[in-house]
Design a binder for this molecule. Sequence first.
Ligand code: ADP
Ligand code: MG
Length: 243
Amino acid sequence: MIRAMGVHKTYGQGDGAVRALRGLDLEIDEAGFFAIMGPSGSGKTTLLHLLAGLDRPDGGEIHVAGKRIDTLSERELTMFRREDVGIVFQQFNLIPTMTALQNVELPGVLAKRDGAWLRSRASGLLERLGVDDRAAHRPDAMSGGEQQRVAIARAMLFEPRVILADEPTGNLDSDSSRALWGLLAELSRERGMSVVMVTHEPAAATHCSRVFAVQDGVCTGSFATESLDESGVAAEYQRAVGA
Ligand code: ADP
Ligand code: MG
């Protein structure tokens, strides 16, 4: 489902150049819920942006949802972003002037999809995410947890095989965070999606089946979280980053 091979990404040039990714390898070949953990500045967001086709690597190969995306044309990449992956951000990124339902429908409106299909698909997703009672509300009338559920519904509009989430609970309280992790785990099983979440919280990773540790622009290792509790994850993570 996801394969990154020797991926490099440098921002800027000369003395100011920052080597964000330095030959990163990562492979996820099944559906499920996965965590990427690493210190601030280690390249996690850069990696997620490259996997989402929001930016291009300087070197290496990236395969996502059955496509090699680092060589796609701009036009193909736009289609890929719309149809094959869903992206969820820490700041929710909902349009403040639109209702929850309109936010979920928006990618379909931009893609000129049939209105009736869109309405029923978006309503069904809001219901599955437990926020159908918020369908007519704007984001400022919703809690953070509700806004993030709406953002996840939007990311799922075209039934992508891969969902990428960058610290999705960074703005949520601990109860809402736990509920969201549980929901992402359920959705990945139920829909056969790979959900890849960047997080710095070991508690989040206990809901995942595997953790990938990223440090200084490379993936230094991964470990299964089956039967690990929060402190077990923290200990395995320290081992994986070689601390
Ligand atoms: P993380 O998400 O793990 O905190 P990032 O991928 O955001 O890490 O950043 C990795 C490195 O690249 C950091 O040193 C960061 O300052 C740098 N960086 C990220 N984005 C940019 C950018 N657009 N321009 C310049 N440097 C950047
Ligand atoms: Mg980041």
